[in-house]
Structure formats: C-alpha cells, structure tokens
Design a protein around this ligand. Sequence first.
Ligand code: SF4
Length: 277
Amino acid sequence: MKERLRSHGLKTVCEEATCPNLGSCFREGVATVMVLGRICTRACPFCDVDHGKPSPPDLDEPARLAALVKETGVRFLVVTSVDRDDLPDGGAGHFRDIVKTLRREIPGLGIEILVPDFRRSLDLSLSLLRNIEIDVFNHNLETVPSLYSIVRPGADYRHSLRLLSRFSSENPGIPVKSGIMVGLGEAAPDVREVLSDLRDSGVTIVTIGQYLPPSLSHLPVSRYVHPDEFLAMGEEARQMGFSVVESGPLVRSSYHAEKLLKAQEDTFLLTYRERSI
Ligand code: SF4
C-alpha cells in the first residue's frame, strides 16, 4: 500500500501522525489519505504533522486519488487534511472536487471526510460542502474545552461545535462524527460535557481514544486511561443516544471507519424497522 501511495504522490495521515493501527487498516484496504499538502498552518503540540507555509493546492490530486483507489481496490476511504487557514475557503472547495471525482470514477466507494475547522471561512466552506456525496462527515473536537488553549491553541471549541451542528442541520441524512483523545489531563465531568455538547450538535458517531505522544518533544501524556474507564465512557455515550461509539486505548478517529458506518446503518435500519412495525 505504501509503495502505491508513493507512486501516486500521496501521503496518509496514518504515516504522518504515526498511527498505531496502520498495519491492520492497510491490510483491510482502509486508508486515511491526507490532501492539501503536508504543511499545516497550525501547530497543535500533540500533532506530528509539519507546520509552516503550505504550497498551493495540487489540482491533480483528485485524479491521482481516484487512480490510487482503483489500483488498490480500497473500499472505504477517509480523506483528511491539515488546516489551511491560508486559503479563502479553508480547503473546502478541494474536498468538494475530490469527492466529485471519486464519486464519478468509483461510484460504490465509501467516503468519509475528516475536515479542519474552517475557522476563517465557515459560511463559505459549508456552502461549498452542501449536498456533498459522502457517507460520513467528521470533525474532531480532540479534547475538552478547558484544555483547548494547551492542546489546540489555534482552534475554538464553540466554533468546532458550530461547524458540526450546522453541517448536520444543512445536510440531513449524512451521519456526523467526532472524536476526542483522553489522558491529557481532562476530568470525567469534562468528557461528559463534551459528549453532551456533541449530541446537541447532531453528532451520532463518536470515537474516544488514548492520547499517545508521537515523540518526547510533543505534549506529554497526563495519564494512561484504564480500559475499564473506556468501557464506562463508551456505555455513557450510548446512554446519551450516540448510535455508534468506539472507545478504547488504541481507538483513532478513522479507526474502523467503515465498520462504524455499517454499525450506524444497522442501528438506523433497526430503528427504522422497529418504527415501521
Ligand atoms: S490543525 Fe490538525 S494537522 Fe494541524 S497541527 Fe493541529 S492537529 Fe495537526
């Protein structure tokens, strides 16, 4: 998979962010590709992505991505990007073009987009993404509001909730997903507050995973959360009405992305069937 990615000049966040699940996902034909370059305009101290002045979007990227998918037989693709505060639309137009190309070239492909926060262009970015033909819309809150200034200094908690809530209401029928890391110093009531805010913002799929520093120069881990606590948080999230929850030490936002969508569809069908009896 790595060779083919390179031959198409593509990068995965799996590799850039040193994800522990890379092996199993690649084997399952699931990958998270990073578009809009490798240079982010932000510098979140937990993240292993390079920061600085990005180059302009590569207009051939949609076609190269479609060629990679056809060649590798990937069934479910997660498309993500760095933050592009330098672009008037934050990169939303490029996401739209990529999805259009993938839909035209590989109609049956499962597509999830994991987007940045479009902090400087929310209205424009959302208008460019309206009615986009995706299976899942994802934007990570990453952590609890009290830790934003440390963990996500360039972002705003309320703004990210607004992005999720507006996409959900403006694109009914597309499941909305978000995720957080724990082990950064948050307390259980903080996590409960975030889960409740996500439900109020129309989010139905949530992931909760352990923060693991990519290197010693990144934000230190505050604690390793016990697997039983992940189970408890997961159960609490289900009680709050999330239709799909993935909570565990090695869980990452795109981990089992295809399975989570299927679970959401099954839950929906089940509810639909229950409702129609
Ligand atoms: S915005 Fe995203 S890609 Fe950029 S530094 Fe933060 S987490 Fe990493």
